[in-house]
Design a protein around this ligand. Sequence first.
Ligand code: ZN
Length: 64
Amino acid sequence: MTGNRQSKDRRPIGSALDAMTGHRMPGGCDDCHAYQTIEQHAPGVYVLAVFHDDTCPELRRRSR
Ligand SMILES: [Zn+2]
């Protein structure tokens, strides 16, 4: 053991977003079983979208 730890994988935030792009991630709404997706619209530009259930009361409130 030299004391040098290089096990930490430090990546820029963009790489983490790249890893999530195109995947459905649960969450995003407390009122329904919503999921979120991340789309890359341009290099370095990511857009997070939340998809609510059709029956979501929060969604109904917003679409009025
Ligand atoms: Zn919702």
